[in-house]
Every structure is written in structure tokens, then in C-alpha cells.
Design a protein around this ligand. Structure first.
Ligand code: GDP
Ligand code: MG
Length: 439
């Protein structure tokens, strides 16, 4: 993949105490090939390589004590710039509701992403409403309704004979009445960009004046994703792009080209099919990921979004005072689950994906259910003071939870280990913000 090729190329430079212009040229030739192979737009590659070369052969870089690393920093900076520089956030209207139109071709992931976005907003204490404007496929309305139910988010839908434009208008009125502060409109897509689709979307835009028009594109389609983005942008003036299926076998070209070609920032990326698999797009972190520096910041942010700060402080105090109980443990378990599959979370740690056997390190859901059953079989006193759990209590708990005494023993040991781990964890989330910007 792109990451491996760039890493291999830059590794040759990293340790060099002296870097010549020829070294830089040689490295850039390989960078250029790696980018082209990753399906990055040809012109984007050319500009990118020229900028890096110009900056890299600069006297300051060449004469610095660590020229190799300086060159890598230039590549990192330029990659970050290429993807928009800084994070581009979702709009928030000062006169709610904020109206967001989701557009894109059929199968790009619009409906899924609309639901994911609702989930994302919910976590930040917003009250989104979903609007089903894909009336051409009855299944599409149902799909959104199911997702809405799952998330406990209201879904505004009408019959198949209503016009999408009036549905969108009515939904905005309804959202005001119901004090929803975000209106997320799922629209219809086609297999190809066509006039009819565009004019319907333009009419809708006219009718509801959205604060945000997000184009949902499939990263797997590579350069096509970029072409689609160009077309939609020309017709609708997009405010941002959501790149889906970045978890798949994509070569990454779309992520690197979209902003440079269209001028539209990528605001979110889809990393899976589940409603939690949406991440704000951070150009600097993406660059870091490509260059193999792991994604510690995203990890910390995930942790932070899921651990309520106040609760975390409370837990930290408990841990410090050795008062961490099994009730806290259950709650913690739930939060770890909310962070997403544990293998995915661990995968963001630097170097983790290079560890052999990492793929086998998947968390067994049955195991978690067993743990839950054991804890629920404890008395309140046992949960609060695990040290009183002697042999006969262990036997009782095992019977009550339908597990073996060994399972109970293992959990008690894990609980103690977790106490220790939690201590490190709270330290990490606390220190997280300060690590920003480190190269
Ligand atoms: P729409 O036609 O644009 O509304 O597309 P859908 O939301 O119905 O999604 C089409 C398919 O893509 C579904 O099977 C989704 O589960 C899948 N999908 C959407 N986003 C992602 C993603 O980020 N990763 C993966 N792996 N699949 C996705
Ligand atoms: Mg759909």
C-alpha cells in the first residue's frame, strides 16, 4: 500500500546525517511513483512533489543536524496541506436548526452516513432529526427508519408520492417545533450524475437553504470519487465531502486528491458499516497515518468522547483511593465497548499493526457477556468490596452466573489488573490535549 511504500522510501532518509540533493531527488521519484500507484490525481502528484523538492533542498533543511528527518517533516507538512491543512468542522447555525443535505451517488453510503452523523451529533448532546427524501426506493425510507429507531432519533418520512423538496421543507418546520437542532436530509442517488438528479437537489437547496451540503463518496472508487466530487461541486457548491469505506481495500488516492482537485474539504470519513464508524477528518493525523506514525490523537479523542470527563475524574479519584468497585468496572466495560471493536482501537496505536498476530487479538463478545453475568451475580457488598470474595462466595457466584469457578477467579484477577490499567488510562486522557502537533 501507499503507507508501506512511503515509509520504506523515507526510512532510507530518516537516519541520514547528511542528505544530498541527489538523495532528495531519488526519494521524490519514489514518492511520486507511490502516490501515482495509490491513484492520486496526476496533477496533484506533480505539484506535490515539486513543492516538497523545493522546500527539501532548502539550505536550512540540508544543513540541519537531522536533515533526513527534516525532509520527512516537509513531506508530512505538505501531505497535511494537500488534505486541507486543518480540520474542517461541521457547520452549526446560530439560528437552529442547522440543515444538512446529504448528497451522492447510489450506494456511496448516504443513508448509512446520515445515521452515523446523527449518532455523532447525539454524542455531543445535539438533537438531530433524520429526513427520508429518497422516495424513489421504498426500501430507502424503511432503511432510514430502522436506523433512526436503533439510535432513538426521530425520522421524518412521508409517502412515496410526496415531492422530496416539500418533504424537506416540512421536515425543517417540524424540527423547529420539536426542538431538534440538526436536520439531516438523506436524498436519493443515481448510478451516474444526471440532470434530473441535479435539478431536484438544486431545488431542494433553494427551498431549505442548507447550512451544509455534504457529498458522500466511496473511497474505493478512487479517481472516480474525485470526478464525482468535481461534478457535484460545480452544480451544487458543496460545503464538504464525506469519504466512506476507508476501512476497505482502498489505495487512498481519493483522500489525497479530493481537496486539491475540488477545493472542498473532507469533513468526515467512514470507517465501517456500523453507526459508530464515522470519524472527523484530521489532515494532520491522516498524513501521520500514511507516514506510519500511528494515530494516537484519534485514539485519545475516541477515548475522550466516550468517557464523560466528570465521571472520569470521579473514577480517577476512586482508583487513587483504591475504591474502584465492580459497579465501576461494569460501567467501564460498557464504555470500552462503545469505543468500537477493541482491535480497531488498538490498531491506532503506533506500531501496533506491525506486531505479528495482532489480527488474532479480537475481543470475544461471548467473553464479555460472561464477565457481565459474573458481576451481576455478586451482591452489592461484594461489588463494592471484592476482597471479601472468598472460596465459597466464588462458588456461589459461579453457580449464579452459570460459569466455572476458574472464570470467577480469572475475572477477579483481571479486575485487579484493570485497576492498574485504569490508572494509566486516566493519565493518558488527561495529558492528551497537550500532545497535539508533535511530529
Ligand atoms: P446510499 O445508497 O448512498 O444511501 O448507500 P447506503 O448508505 O445504503 O450504503 C451502501 C452500502 O455501503 C451499505 O451496505 C453500507 O453498509 C455500506 N457502507 C456505507 N459506509 C460504509 C463504510 O464506511 N465502510 C464500509 N465498509 N461500508 C460502508
Ligand atoms: Mg440511501
Amino acid at each position: 500500500g501507499l503507507a508501506e511504500r512511503l515509509q520504506a522510501t523515507l526510512k532510507k532518509l530518516r537516519g541520514k546525517g547528511k542528505v544530498t540533493e541527489a538523495d532528495v531527488k531519488e526519494a521524490m521519484r519514489e514518492v511520486r511513483l507511490a502516490l501515482l500507484e495509490a491513484d492520486v490525481n496526476f496533477k496533484v502528484v506533480k505539484d506535490f512533489v515539486n513543492r516538497v523538492k523545493e522546500r527539501a533542498v532548502d539550505q536550512e533543511v540540508m544543513k540541519s543536524l537531522t536533515p533526513g528527518q527534516q525532509v520527512i517533516k516537509v513531506v508530512n507538512d505538505e501531505l497535511t496541506q494537500l488534505m486541507g491543512g486543518s480540520q474542517s468542522k461541521l457547520a452549526q447555525s446560530h439560528r437552529p436548526p442547522t440543515v444538512v443535505m446529504m448528497v451522492g451517488l447510489q450506494g456511496a453510503g448516504k443513508t448509512t452516513t446520515t445515521a452515523k452523523l446523527a449518532r455523532y451529533l447525539q454524542k455531543q448532546n445535539h438533537h438531530p432529526m433524520l429526513v427520508a427524501c429518497d422516495v424513489y426506493r421504498p426500501a430507502a425510507i424503511k432503511q432510514l427508519q430502522v436506523l433512526g429507531e436503533q439510535l432513538n432519533v426521530p425520522v421524518f418520512a412521508k409517502g412515496e408520492n410526496d415531492r422530496p423538496v416539500s418533504i424537506a421543507q416540512e421536515a425543517v418546520t417540524k424540527a423547529k417545533e420539536e426542538h431538534c437542532d440538526y436536520v439531516l436530509i438523506d436524498t436519493a442517488g443515481r448510478l451516474h450524475v444526471d440532470e434530473e438528479l441535479m435539478s431536484e437537489l438544486a431545488d431542494m437547496r433553494e427551498a431549505v437553504s442548507p447550512d451544509e451540503i455534504l457529498l458522500v463518496v466511496d473511497a474505493m472508487t478512487g479517481q472516480d470519487a474525485v470526478n464525482v466530487a468535481e461534478r457535484f461541486h460545480r452544480e451544487l457548491e458543496l460545503s464538504g465531502v464525506v469519504l466512506t469505506k476507508l476501512d476497505g481495500d482502498t489505495r487512498g488516492g481519493a483522500a489525497l486528491s479530493v481537496k486539491a482537485v475540488t477545493g472542498c474539504p473532507i469533513k468526515f470519513v467512514g470507517m465501517g458499516e456500523k453507526v459508530d464508524a464515522l470519524e472527523p477528518f484530521h489532515p494532520d493525523r491522516m498524513a501521520g497515518r500514511i507516514l506510519g506514525m500511528g494515530d494516537v490523537l484519534t485514539l485519545i479523542e475516541k477515548a475522550q468522547a466516550n468517557v464523560d470527563a466528570e465521571r472520569a475524574a470521579e473514577l480517577e479519584k476512586k482508583i487513587r483511593q483504591q475504591q474502584f468497585t465492580f459497579d465501576d468496572f461494569l460501567e467501564q466495560l460498557e464504555q470500552v465497548r462503545n469505543m468500537g471493536p477493541l482491535d480497531e482501537v488498538l490498531g491506532m496505536l503506533p506500531g501496533m499493526n506491525k506486531i505479528k498476530g495482532f489480527k488474532n487479538l479480537q475481543v470475544d463478545e461471548n467473553q464479555l457477556a460472561r464477565v457481565e453475568a459474573i458481576v451481576l451475580s455478586m451482591t452489592p457488598e461484594e461489588k463494592a468490596h471484592p476482597e471479601i470474595i472468598n472460596a465459597s462466595r466464588r462458588r456461589r457466584i459461579a453457580r449464579g452466573s452459570g460459569t466455572q469457578v476458574q472464570d470467577v477467579n480469572r475475572l477477579l484477577k483481571q479486575f485487579n489488573d484493570m485497576k492498574k490499567m485504569m490508572k494509566q488510562f486516566t493519565n493518558m486522557t488527561k495529558g492528551g490535549k497537550r500532545r497535539r502537533g508533535g511530529f
